[in-house]
Design a protein around this ligand. Sequence first.
Ligand SMILES: *Cc1c(COP(=O)(O)O)cnc(C)c1O
Length: 380
Amino acid sequence: MTDRIIEFLNARRRAGRDDGPCMVLDLNVVRSNYAAFAQSLPDTRVFYAVKANPAPEILSLLSDLGSCFDIASVVEAEQVLATGCSPDRISFGNTIKKERDIARAYELGIRLFAVDCDAEVEKIARVAPNSKVFCRILCDGAGAEWPLSRKFGCVPEMAVGVLEHAHRLGLQAYGVSFHVGSQQRNPRMWDGALKSASGIFRELGERGIHLQMVNLGGGFPTKYLKDVPAVRAYGQSIFRSLRKHFGNRIPETIIEPGRGMVGNAGMIEAEVVLISRKSADDTVKWVYLDIGKFNGLAETMDEMIRYPIRTDFDGDEVEACVLAGPTCDSVDVLYEKDPYFLPVSLEIGAKVLIEGTGAYTTTYSAVGFNGFPPLKSYVI
Ligand SMILES: *Cc1c(COP(=O)(O)O)cnc(C)c1O
């Protein structure tokens, strides 16, 4: 929430351009988030996770600030390269890639790839010879509000074999990566993964293969309803664990913040479409917004991410509401198991401001499901 965003929304309304929900993102907040990461982890390179929000203005700003980028597809690579960023500042961090996409990335100059199994190593060896590869290890995502467990990574014992395979096939076995789960509210959760990483370094070292890099992943939180520790606390905790597990041979490190870089820079303005009850004595009120799971708020899935919502009626008495989106799909309900408390005086047609929506909103939005357009995005 910044004054610049409020001024932008007021000007939009005065100009009569109020045509549905939109996400407004303030680049000044991204700039200060980048500075906080750089300061709190001074010896660590920042690779912004593009999927969190690939708006060209964000990519250009971060590119100018010297950031590197974590990409998951050829399109994301092209979006980053369009800012003038050189390919040696890009990491292809998706462990699931088509061989022809690896070949295309190699053609574009990318030489750093993630793997988590032998088959992926073999694809890279065939079409991206000599590249650096890092192996992702599983993390259970405990303590995270949006866990990324199971789908990516292999067990640490297997990572040794995968990296050795890469070495034998002429690739540079470069390091280990992990992701402790997105919106990770516990800065100590990096410790276990760093312990596993140091074990992999040691074991491969004994076989004459010397890894250099630990990719600490993303997971740095943004503030929603609950308070979160500052980036500084994460920096200190990670540094302590690096010392503990690697002694005085601390490897090169990188981080891949997505949510923590852009989440608090964005805010959505939406509108109350309908307020109703299901029976005369219903104890909860249903509040339907013009935004839901399909046009920006996908992360309310299983009610995992709870956004702070502000209204012009804040301060009035509140009551329990089920909050739902506008589409004719019954999964398009945002908060029901754990109802959301909104002012009794809230009216149909009122605007609501949804904070902390700079990450994982615009790009999760469906293209015209039920005729509702994708979420509009303004970067200021
Ligand atoms: C999504 C993703 C990130 C970003 O995670 P955040 O929790 O948003 O910081 C980082 N690295 C990889 C490989 C990812 O897939």
